[in-house]
Design a protein around this ligand. Structure first.
Ligand SMILES: Cc1cc2nc3c(=O)[nH]c(=O)nc-3n(C[C@H](O)[C@H](O)[C@H](O)COP(=O)(O)OP(=O)(O)OC[C@H]3O[C@@H](n4cnc5c(N)ncnc54)[C@H](O)[C@@H]3O)c2cc1C
Length: 438
């Protein structure tokens, strides 16, 4: 079957499926799962395949169940600020369906034009605006799920606060190992009255990251607070002809939203912090077009890395944000020691790092080097009191590092939790939990 399905956007591990199926309804998904279970065939749920930890890679072969043709908006319920969609719909599609009414679907991974509601639910995806609005779990009310045996369940409720144990909460972030989400009711968020976007350049990464820590400490919570380093600035500049101030080694992209007064107050406080840390240049967008311009480098940075190598691994370890300056220095030193390029961007306000390692996935030695360097970064994140992942999930990429965070008893409970929805061992096997835990 087509090479398109042998991995997701984590290209360091590849494995071809035997078949890819494109069901159109919950009943068809259930029929496929029942067939697989009856015949002992492993199956892997898949949305757009933009996952960055190998979750949708069919490592055991078998069947890929693609939700891409289940992309209908089923109902928009504006009075109750909620929307019902099939799980193959994209984030952008959800927002498009309600934007003329002044609403949006808040989760906004940078892949939002293509990544699916089901993939977001499975990964509990975040995005640049997570700092203020929270990750996917804060925005899902109810999900229809085909469990690992093929039964159809409805988890959660159409109004918040369903009583009893929180099975929806357990399912969100289960990375496709606890069944397949086919439909969901999600919350709609009203568009803010006012938005301001600003870009501040610094001549040292530490000045930028220290500004982040100081801003949050001062009580400023911008919906987006994004960091980009000199390597990324160089590649976007080469790719798109962007010109940055002389000597700029990092930038912070800041967005503020709310009422006129709250936005003005937060912008003023953030500008003061950036000035204290010697910003080289600070630009505030004066129009929607200028806002798009300020976001351009951030939004196109990862793609521009393609100029350096045919592939890349992007990590997403989390650290307490006060440790950002030390952590970025650790990553730079690691890159120098291993003789490789590591470009850094981060959802800095969340302490969510994205060290990106360009490499050649046709070269086994290069692939191995990138995996080892990634493990070193993640070990340091955990050592600093952080986590292996902020949003990309564990998948296969970090599965064997779970022991850095959990002991045998923790993992045994996780395995029990996994089995609650009728785990058969055929639904996305080999992901998330180390084998012994499973
Ligand atoms: C350029 C780029 C930028 C990105 N930016 C962000 C970001 O800002 N924030 C962020 O959180 N992530 C980001 N990601 C990662 C990725 O886009 C998210 O994890 C996204 O939620 C995955 O959605 P998908 O539809 O592509 O899922 P897939 O990659 O197809 O699948 C992801 C996982 O979900 C499971 N799955 C898929 N659909 C279902 C379903 N219907 N039911 C049950 N399980 C399912 C799969 O088995 C797999 O384990 C980015 C990726 C790229 C390539």
């Amino acid at each position: 079957v087509g090479a398109a399905y042998e991995c997701d956007a984590f290209t360091a591990v590849k494995s071809a499926p035997v078949a890819v199926v494109f069901p159109l309804s919950t009943q068809e998904v259930s029929a496929v799962v029942r067939y697989c279970v009856a015949n002992g065939v492993p199956y892997t749920p898949r949305g757009a395949g933009t996952g960055l930890s190998g979750g949708a890679t069919p490592t055991s072969g078998g069947v890929v169940v693609s939700l891409k043709r289940m992309a209908q908006i089923l109902e928009v319920d504006l009075p109750n600020r909620r929307l019902h969609a099939q799980c193959g719909a994209t984030n952008a599609q959800l927002t498009k369906a309600v934007e003329k009414h002044g609403f949006h679907f808040a989760p906004d991974p940078s892949s939002q034009k293509v990544s699916t509601l089901g993939g977001n639910i499975a990964e509990n995806a975040g995005g640049p605006h997570t700092l203020k609005y929270g990750v996917t779990s804060s925005h899902v009310l109810q999900a229809t799920v085909v469990d690992p045996t093929g039964e159809i369940l409805v988890l959660g409720g159409k109004v918040p606060g369903a009583p009893g144990y929180d099975l929806l909460g357990l399912f969100i972030g289960s990375e496709g190992t606890m069944g397949i989400a086919t439909e969901a009711w999600v919350k709609l968020t009203p568009n803010p009255q006012k938005v301001e976007t600003a870009l501040a350049f610094f001549n040292a990464p530490r000045d930028a990251t220290q500004s982040v820590a100081d801003m949050i400490a001062a009580g400023v919570v911008p919906p987006a607070l994004e960091y980009l380093d000199a390597t990324f600035m160089r590649v976007v500049s080469e790719a798109f002809g962007l010109v940055f101030p002389d000597g700029a080694k990092a930038f912070l992209l800041m967005e503020f939203d709310g009422t006129e007064a709250s936005v003005a107050r937060e912008l003023e406080a953030a500008v003061a912090v950036c000035r204290e840390h010697g910003t080289l240049d600070l630009r505030v967008a004066q129009s929607a077009a200028e806002r798009d311009k300020l976001w351009f480098a951030r939004k196109n940075a990862v793609g521009a890395l393609g100029r350096l190598a045919p592939s890349k691994v992007s990590h997403d370890g989390v650290i307490p944000r006060s440790k950002l300056p030390d952590m970025l220095e650790f990553v730079d030193a690691l890159a120098a020691r291993r003789g490789m390029i590591i470009a850094n961007l981060s959802h800095a306000g969340d302490g969510n790092l994205h060290p990106c390692m360009p490499y050649d996935d046709r070269d086994p030695a290069d692939t191995e080097r990138v995996k080892e360097a990634g493990a070193e970064v993640l070990r340091e994140c955990v050592r600093l009191g952080g986590s292996l992942t902020g949003e990309h999930g564990i998948g296969i990429e970090k599965r064997d590092l779970m022991r850095l965070m959990y002991n045998d008893l923790d993992l045994a409970y996780q395995a029990e939790a996994w089995s609650i929805l009728g785990g058969t061992g055929l639904c996305n096997p080999g992901k998330l939990l180390p084998e012994a835990g499973r």
